[in-house]
Design a protein around this ligand. Structure first.
Ligand SMILES: NC(=O)c1ccc[n+]([C@@H]2O[C@H](COP(=O)([O-])OP(=O)(O)OC[C@H]3O[C@@H](n4cnc5c(N)ncnc54)[C@H](O)[C@@H]3O)[C@@H](O)[C@H]2O)c1
Length: 242
């Protein structure tokens, strides 16, 4: 049976990926530090594992015998650079770039041994474009894009592909919390923040659903995916068409 490890699987995009891969008959190891969220996601075919993915020295405790690795866990922090807490910058790079590197590094030998593997990195439009006040997030996602391409080149002779998936704003707690915060900060309603701030550069004026992102992940892991590698699959409602 195909086995997958999905990080940040207790919520949002990660939970949708876990459900979507499990629906394809994949055994999913759902990793997150949110025990309650993991309990809600766990079901037949989804095995919860609680871990803090920013604790690099403990990542070696996670299963390495997986055919699919979805690097998804992530957080956001919004502040101008001169006020951006340096320790927070380091934490975000650790969680969203170093931890994926370590997980890829420790799972590739198993994939190489099987002659088949799929690495999917949940990047963002912010892996390809910058926005002000998101220095750590944009830096981490741009770094993830580079890492993913190197994995694609090294993995190709072994049947291992590596790609990024790049959504614009997705309807998850990461975004709905920002809606409330920004509404309070700007003195706007949440729907005004959505329209005037978040969806301003986007052609398709709605939030993306987590299941839409999971569908692309399933495609990248599916039977027609062998030549899909070293790429970034953009679901951004036209944002980067500008
Ligand atoms: N929501 C969006 O609009 C959007 C857009 C583009 C990219 N993304 C990316 O998608 C990914 C998932 O985001 P989401 O919107 O589903 O967020 P989310 O907040 O719904 O889920 C993130 C999950 O990561 C987990 N997590 C965070 N830090 C962790 C840690 N140290 N150890 C273990 N687990 C940890 C959280 O507990 C949570 O379950 C992120 O990488 C994010 O950057 C999101």
């Amino acid at each position: 049976m195909t086995r997958a490890l999905v990080t940040g699987a207790a919520s949002g995009i990660g939970a949708a990926c876990a459900h979507r891969l499990a629906a394809d008959g994949v055994h999913v190891i759902a990793v997150d530090f949110d025990a309650d969220g993991l309990r809600a996601v766990a079901r037949d075919g989804i095995e919860p594992v609680q871990a803090d993915l920013s604790d690099l020295d403990r990542l070696g405790d996670l299963p390495t015998d997986v055919d699919i690795l979805v690097n998804n866990a992530g957080i956001q922090q919004v502040a101008p650079i001169e006020q951006f807490p340096p320790e927070r910058f380091g934490y975000i790079l650790r969680l969203m770039l170093e931890s994926p590197f370590r997980l890829i590094r420790q799972t590739l030998p198993y994939m190489y041994g099987r002659g088949w593997g799929r690495v999917v990195n949940i990047s963002s439009v912010h892996g390809l474009r910058a926005s002000p006040f998101k220095a750590a997030y944009v830096a981490a996602k741009h770094g993830l894009e580079g890492l993913s391409k190197v994995v694609a080149l090294e993995g190709a002779p072994h049947g291992v592909t590596s790609n990024c998936v790049n959504p614009a704003y997705v309807r998850t707690p990461l975004v709905t919390a920002q809606l409330a915060d920004q509404a309070a900060t700007h003195g706007l309603t949440e729907s005004e923040v959505l329209e005037k701030v978040m969806l301003e550069p986007v052609g398709v004026k709605r939030l993306i659903e987590p299941a839409e992102v999971a569908e692309v992940v399933a495609l990248l892991c599916g039977p027609t995916s062998a030549s899909l590698t070293g790429s970034s699959f953009v679901l951004d409602g036209g944002w980067t068409a500008h």
